[in-house]
Design a protein around this ligand. Structure first.
Ligand code: SF4
Length: 325
């Protein structure tokens, strides 16, 4: 048995596939010529590594995870080795209502059997045509809203949570408040995040859609500042929105904390490991090498320190805040 060299991760973000049928203005994953899917057997081997022995929360994303050829089979394999999981979350674009509903029902049943909570977040970046334009596909809003309604009905039977996440870009600034109203009317928890350039999304060429000018930053800061005053939000959300508003307004550092640099790891559909989905560099491949060795190697530790000192301070991503375990 190797000696324990540091704290083991409690949170894993898993990009199960690189396939995506959307054409979002702030992401270029869909442009890749080859799209990998993480296979169940590969995941079982990868997550049997000692590094994952204390994982409590698993986030499933992509690409579009619903396009994975066998997402239930993959989750079943992961649940078989990550036996301490308490919560599983899935992020989807909701463009395939029937497949989203049936897949999520199956995932919820698997989680319930394993004693883990299940939640689904549907990405919605505006209402009607605004959302269609951001996604870059016809009827995207109508399809996502049908998925949400179907998921809410299934959630009542199976006891899982449905929410909405919205990414703020230059393309949807006029729809932030209407989207808030739309979600409120449907009792849907809503989480806003501000788009940023992320190497993993290959979106370095999307600055025109992403980068806010000074006036737009002011406008988003005012919106998030107002959100921070919402009495319905918990303390962490209030801190997060208030902190991001301050970063946008006066360029101050992130003050809301983040769980990921010390307690998280991101795994992509090829088995590559990163410190986080947003700013963490690649550590190596968890299929070919031990994840534990990669994570605690000199390069891994150096990368983590660099992330914390150079990237996290200026990151406005909505990753979870520090939690006690
Ligand atoms: S603050 Fe941002 S860059 Fe740092 S670990 Fe969290 S999500 Fe990643």
């Amino acid at each position: 048995m190797w000696p324990l060299k540091g704290r083991l991760p409690t949170d894993v973000n898993l990009a199960v596939t690189e396939r995506c049928q959307a054409r979002c203005t702030m992401c270029n994953i869909w442009r890749r010529r080859e799209s990998a899917d993480l296979r169940a057997e590969t995941a079982r081997r990868l997550f049997s590594d000692r590094l994952y022995s204390r994982v409590r929360r698993l986030g499933l994303g992509g690409g579009e995870p619903i396009l994975h050829p066998d997402l239930p089979g993959l989750l079943e394999a992961v649940l078989g080795v990550l036996t301490g999981l308490e919560a599983v979350g899935l992020s989807t674009n909701g463009l395939l209502p029937e497949r989203t509903r049936s897949t999520c029902r199956r995932l919820a049943q698997l989680c319930s059997r394993a004693g883990a909570a299940f939640q689904v977040a549907v990405s919605l970046d505006g209402l009607g045509e605004v959302h269609d334009r951001v996604r870059g596909v016809p009827r995207a809003f109508e399809r996502a809203s049908r998925s949400i309604a179907a998921l809410q009905a299934a959630a009542k039977q199976l006891g899982f949570q449905v929410s909405v996440t919205a990414t703020i870009t230059r393309r949807n600034l006029g729809d932030l408040e209407p989207l808030r109203e739309w979600c409120r009317a449907r009792a849907l928890p809503l989480r806003f995040r501000v788009a940023s350039v992320i190497e993993r999304l290959d979106n370095a060429g999307c600055e025109e859609a992403i980068l806010l000018c000074d006036a737009e930053r002011e406008c988003v800061a005012a919106f998030l500042g107002d959100l921070a005053g919402d009495s319905q939000l918990d303390r962490d959300e209030t801190r997060y929105y208030g902190g991001i508003a301050a970063m946008l307004r006066d360029g101050s550092r992130r003050r809301s904390g983040c769980l990921f640099p010390d307690r998280g790891v991101m795994v992509d559909a090829r088995g590559d490991l990163y410190h986080c989905s947003v700013g963490g560099g690649r550590l190596g491949n968890g299929v070919k090498e031990s994840s534990y060795r990669l994570f605690f190697s000199r390069g891994g530790r150096h990368g983590r320190n660099r992330l914390k000192s150079a990237v996290c301070l200026w990151c406005w991503h909505d990753y979870p805040l520090r939690r006690r375990d």
